[in-house]
Design a protein around this ligand. Structure first.
Ligand code: HEM
Length: 419
C-alpha cells in the first residue's frame, strides 16, 4: 500500500476552500454511495476537498490506508474541534453544530484526559454480562413484537429497530425497565437524536440531561450492577457532571448506529436471495449478514471528525493547521486498494466501521452492539418466521443523511399471531 501521507505538492491541489471542492450533500450519498465514493476517488484521489452545509470547506478521507493513518495519529489529527480554522464562518444555527460544537465529553477530550475518560467507560462496559444482555434484549424484543404481532403488519424502523437498542443501552446503564420514566427517556432520546415534525429537540435534550443526572444521583446513593454505578465507583474519580456527559455520549453513540445496523441487516436478509429461507425452514447466516452490512452499508458512513494539529500532508494533499477532516468510513471499507478483485466480502472484520485508534468505538462496545443487533434480528425472525417486505425492495428509501446510513422506514407483512 502507498504511503498515506503522499508526497508534498505545490501549489496545494484542491485546497478545500478552492474551486474543485464537491458538496458533501445530495441524493447520491443515500442512493448509490459506493459508486459516488468510487468516482470521488477517481477524480480527487484518497483525500477529497468537500464543502459541508453552508459551503464550509473540509476534507473527506476516502482511502482505507488514509483513514487508518488519520485515526492512529492523534498527534497530527486530533479530536478537539476548537482547533477548527473555520469557526468565524459558522453561523449559530449551523445544522452540524450539535456534532461539531465542542462539549466537555469523552468525544472531544485528548491525550491523558481522553485515556482517563475512555478508560472509565471501557471498564464499565466490560462489566456488562453479554448473556444477561442477550436475555434482556430478547425480553425487550418480545414485548415490542407483541405490540404489533396481532396486526400482521408493522413498520420496523420506528416500532422495533430504534426502540430495542435504546431500551437495551438504558438497561445497561441501570434505568428501570417497564417504567414510564424510561419510556419518556427513550422518547426524548429519539427526539433529540432524530427529531420529527413538530418535535422540540432542544427541550428533549434538556430532559435527557436532567433524567441522566437524576440517575447518577440515584446510583451514588444506591449503586447496583450497572454501567452508571461502575463509572461512579471507578478509582479515576470522575465528577457527576463528567459522568452525565459521558453517559449521554455512550447512550447516543450506542442507539443510532445499532438501530441502523439492525435495520440494514433486516433489509439485506429480506431482499437478498442468498439469505432467503433455507430448506429446513430456518433462516441462515444472520452473523454473515450483520458482518456484510458493516462492510457494505455501514451505519456511520461518514464521521466528523478530526482537526489538523499543524500543517501536514495526507494522500498528496497539503492539510493546513485547523482543517477539518471527515472520516469516510464507508468509502474506506470499499476502497479498491483493499478489494482489488472488486469483491467486497464478509469473511473478516477488518472494516473501519467502528473506526480505529485512540478514539475508536471503545473495545467492549462493538461486542455489546453485536449482542443487541443479533438478538434483535434473530428474535424477530424466530417469532415471525414468514416475515416479508410489504413493498418492493426498490421502493425502500434511505434517510437523507450523508452521515448515517439507514432506511426511512421498513414496512413488513407476516401472518398475524398472538404473542
Ligand atoms: C453498545 C453499543 C455502542 C456503544 C456503547 C458505543 C460507544 C461509543 C463511544 C463511547 C464512543 C466514543 C469513543 C471516544 O471518543 O473515545 C464511540 C465512538 C464510535 N462508535 Fe460506538 N458505540 C456503540 C455502537 C456502535 C456501532 C453499532 C457502530 C457502528 C457500526 C459504532 C461506531 C462508532 C464510531 C464510528 C465511533 C467514532 C470513533 C472515532 O471518533 O474515531 N458504535 N462509540
Amino acid at each position: 500500500m502507498s504511503d498515506p501521507t503522499g508526497s508534498p505538492s505545490a501549489p496545494p491541489p484542491g485546497c478545500p476552500a478552492h474551486g474543485s471542492a464537491v458538496q458533501l450533500a445530495g441524493l447520491q450519498y443515500q442512493q448509490t454511495p459506493s459508486q459516488l465514493y468510487r468516482s470521488l476517488r477517481r477524480e480527487h484521489g484518497p483525500v477529497a476537498p468537500v464543502l459541508l452545509d453552508g459551503d464550509i470547506p473540509a476534507w473527506l478521507v476516502l482511502g482505507y490506508p488514509e483513514v487508518s493513518y488519520v485515526t492512529s495519529h492523534d498527534e497530527l489529527f486530533a479530536r478537539d474541534s476548537r482547533r477548527w480554522n473555520q469557526w468565524d464562518a459558522i453561523p449559530p444555527d449551523w445544522p452540524l453544530l450539535p456534532y461539531v460544537g465542542y462539549q466537555p465529553s469523552v468525544l472531544f477530550t485528548e491525550g491523558t484526559e481522553h485515556q482517563r475518560r475512555a478508560g472509565v467507560i471501557t471498564q464499565a462496559l466490560e462489566g456488562v454480562d453479554q448473556f444477561e444482555l442477550a436475555r434482556e434484549c430478547e425480553l425487550i424484543a418480545g414485548q415490542l413484537i407483541s405490540s404489533f404481532a396481532g396486526s400482521g403488519e408493522a413498520e420496523l424502523m420506528s416500532t422495533y429497530a430504534h426502540a430495542l437498542p435504546a431500551r437495551g443501552v438504558l438497561w445497561m446503564c441501570g434505568m428501570p425497565q417497564d417504567s414510564t420514566d424510561t419510556e419518556q427517556l427513550v422518547d426524548d432520546l429519539r427526539i433529540s437524536l432524530d427529531a420529527g415534525e413538530g418535535d422540540d429537540p432542544v427541550a428533549a435534550y434538556m430532559r435527557v440531561g436532567e433524567r441522566i443526572m437524576q440517575l447518577v444521583k440515584e446510583k451514588r446513593e444506591r449503586p447496583g450492577s450497572d454501567v452508571t454505578s461502575r463509572m461512579l465507583l471507578d478509582p479515576a474519580g470522575l465528577g457527576d457532571e463528567e459522568i452525565v456527559q459521558d453517559l449521554i455520549s455512550v447512550i447516543a453513540a450506542a442507539q443510532q448506529p445499532t438501530a441502523n445496523w439492525i435495520c440494514n441487516t433486516l433489509r439485506l436478509l429480506l431482499t437478498d436471495e442468498r439469505f432467503a429461507l433455507n430448506v429446513s425452514g430456518g433462516r441462515v447466516s444472520v452473523g454473515e449478514a450483520l458482518n456484510e452490512v458493516l462492510w457494505l452499508d455501514t451505519p456511520t458512513q461518514n464521521f466528523i471528525g478530526r482537526w489538523a494539529v499543524r500543517d501536514t500532508q495526507l494522500g498528496g494533499r497539503l492539510i493546513r493547521e485547523g482543517d477539518c477532516l471527515v472520516l469516510g468510513l464507508a468509502a474506506a471499507n470499499t476502497d479498491p486498494q483493499i478489494w482489488p478483485e472488486s469483491h467486497v466480502g464478509a469473511e473478516n472484520s477488518a472494516h473501519l466501521s467502528f473506526s480505529n485508534g485512540e478514539h475508536r468505538c471503545p473495545y467492549p462496545a462493538p461486542l455489546l452492539a453485536d449482542v443487541m443487533a443479533r438478538t434483535a434480528v434473530e428474535t424477530l425472525l424466530e417469532r415471525l418466521p414468514d416475515l416479508v417486505l410489504a413493498v418492493e425492495a426498490g421502493e425502500l428509501t434511505w434517510r437523507p443523511s450523508v452521515w448515517m446510513r439507514g432506511l426511512t422506514s421498513l414496512p413488513v407483512r407476516f401472518t398475524p399471531t398472538v404473542q
